[in-house]
Design a protein around this ligand. Structure first.
Ligand SMILES: [Zn+2]
Ligand SMILES: [Zn+2]
Length: 405
């Protein structure tokens, strides 16, 4: 077994910084985490000098669509590998491939391709771990479909979603709570041990409460394509109704996520979400489309053949009308840095929101999400600005990631 020891860096633990850290990894697993003096250097170990650097756990992305020209909805193993490699270079060592709206055949092809890549993920080219997919589209509300193709949205039916759950590879399941069939969907998702979320929805507090009783515990991209007090006036008139936002803020068992690319939400909103929810209820996600690490231009959101169009200016995606946003084009390393630089979150908290918090919420915190013995050896070396200098995935250095690439 290969032993690698990371010495001399400052480790970013889940609750504090550990200076002069000594992290021993055996093969794919973290063996011990201690400070320089109390951990012996095993004989024959490979030593990685981390002087002047931060050592962070690999990042986890709950909500990601594409990168480097490919989208998971393209439905091929090649596309899945391309997206995964792109995000691995940005520090994502675990991700949940996320579906868009589309046909049943497209969604089945997407799940099939992701599962196939996950099952063969042990060759010489490191890829992030895929614990399962995020079944996101197609069960969105018509008035909150956002940048997804509206033709590809519909209400859930057991006849359709049973095909998706049959793969036993759906780990996160989204449905707009107000749709007919939502209750049956949530029940099925719960039976399949999914983390259940409500998104692209104009749900009221009452509808959220019903969904909560069925196991729903998360809302996708806070403030984006979700209900507000104002949007609910069009459905219910007077008196004004509490929305998804109030429900999440009030109910302590709920979590949510933000797209912290500096374009979707202002720094005041990011600070508000962080301060109101805290780092253990707020996740950082990319919601990234295929334009990541691609030149500015026109791209399909979702399937390569019939997904809706977006325009990337290199900083964010725009809908064709030029007025609304169409998901992000940057990696999760950018999101962590943005929270660190533009809100009161410190490095420990900013990293936690992209590692342990998403791991806890999705039930994989025993395997990954922090620098702790027994977990996967997914580690990042960062400089003081939290820029990725090197990525280690399952104990192996990712060759084309970080400053040496
Ligand atoms: Zn969305
Ligand atoms: Zn999305």
């Amino acid at each position: 077994m290969n032993t690698t020891v990371f010495v001399g860096g400052t480790a970013i633990l889940a609750d504090r910084l550990l200076p002069d850290a000594r992290i021993v990894c055996e093969g794919e697993t973290i063996q011990s985490v201690g400070s320089g003096h109390d951990v012996d250097l095993p004989t024959g170990a490979k030593v990685v000098d981390c002087q002047g650097q931060l050592v962070a756990p690999g990042y986890i992305d709950l909500h990601v669509h594409g990168g480097l020209g490919a989208d998971f909805m393209d439905g091929t193993e090649e596309a899945v590998r391309t997206v995964c490699r792109a995000h691995l270079r940005h520090g994502t060592t675990t991700l949940f491939p996320t579906s868009t709206t589309g046909s049943q055949a497209q969604i089945m092809a997407m799940i099939h391709a992701c599962q196939a890549v996950s099952a063969t993920n042990n060759n010489d080219t490191p890829l992030p771990t895929l614990p399962g997919i995020h079944l996101y589209g197609p069960f969105f509300a018509e008035d909150k479909v956002g940048c997804h193709s509206v033709e590809g949205r519909r209400a859930p039916t057991a006849e359709e979603f049973r095909h998706y759950f049959a793969y036993d590879f759906v780990r996160i399941a989204t449905c707009a709570a107000e749709l007919p069939g939502a209750a049956e969907f949530y029940q099925a998702a719960r039976q399949h041990n999914c983390f259940i979320t409500c998104g692209h929805s104009n749900a009221s507090w009452t509808e959220m409460q019903r969904a909560f009783e069925l196991g729903m515990r998360h809302v996708d991209h806070f403030w984006c394509a979700m209900s507000s007090i104002t949007s609910l006036r069009q459905r219910f008139g007077a008196p004004m109704q509490a929305s998804m936002a109030e429900f999440v803020l009030m109910q302590e068992e709920m979590s949510t996520e933000v797209i912290a690319d500096g374009w979707h939400l202002s720094d005041q909103l990011l600070e508000f979400a962080f301060r109101m929810l805290g780092p253990s209820r707020l996740c950082l996600v990319t919601d990234c489309n295929r334009a990541l690490d691609m030149p500015p231009g026109q791209y399909r959101f979702g399937n390569i053949h019939d997904g809706s169009w977006l325009r990337s200016d290199g900083r964010v995606g725009w809908a064709p009308d030029g007025n609304s946003l169409a998901s992000s084009v940057v990696g999760i390393d950018f999101m962590v840095r943005h929270m660190f630089q533009h809100t009161s979150a410190n490095a420990v908290q900013a990293v936690r929101m992209a590692s342990l918090t998403p791991a806890e919420r999705t039930g994989i915190a025993d395997q990954t999400g922090s620098l702790a013995p027994g977990k996967r050896a997914d580690l990042l070396l960062l400089n003081s600005e939290l820029e990725v200098q090197a990525v280690y995935c399952c104990g192996r250095r990712v060759p084309d990631a970080g400053q040496d690439s």
